[in-house]
Design a protein. Sequence first.
Length: 205
Amino acid sequence: MAKPIVLGVLASGRGSNLQSILDAINSGEISAEVGVVISDKPEANALKRAADLNIAAVCVDRKQYKSQQDFEQALIKQLQLYKVDLVILAGFMRILSSYFVNAYPNKIMNIHPSLLPAFPGKNAQQQALLYGAKVSGCTVHFVDEGMDTGPIILQQPVPVLADDTPESLAARILQQEHMIYPQAIKFFVEGRLQLEGRLVKLLSK
Ligand code: GRF
């Protein structure tokens, strides 16, 4: 049997997207394994989730490194140690430079809680509410040097309701994140994502 694709998940917080990916692997939906979960925050719940499942859980604390490049070098070292094929950003709250992006060309995915290119950056759900958008959603994309600008893999719209708060909208979007992130990873693992410029084509099976 072919060696399974190894995922390296980078997460700063709660880790609910990590959980949805682990669930999809455990149910046989995605044929891959999570080799390591890395956080920049020692207290991240994502590390606890990984450790509870005997998955390598590593903290690479930005404060321990003099420069961004040293920090990114440390991240890359861990990803190499665990032989990671695809890097999954799941609520990783740090910008990565081209130094990191070039180490894994078209092999880094991110999920963002809006329909990009609308509302990139922080507090995307609040941005959508303040703007008066009637529809928002979530986007899985490949990561490039920009902020939430990389090639779009999957998107799912979600209605914005008149009485929404940032929290209620975030919760509605999060439910969809948990569907499309595993789906996008499944497509990658199956070799069905083909990049043409910034267009991601989904190849049929
Ligand atoms: C999600 O809303 C994701 O879109 C954003 O950060 C949040 C992470 O949530 N990038 P979790 O840690 O996966 O629960």
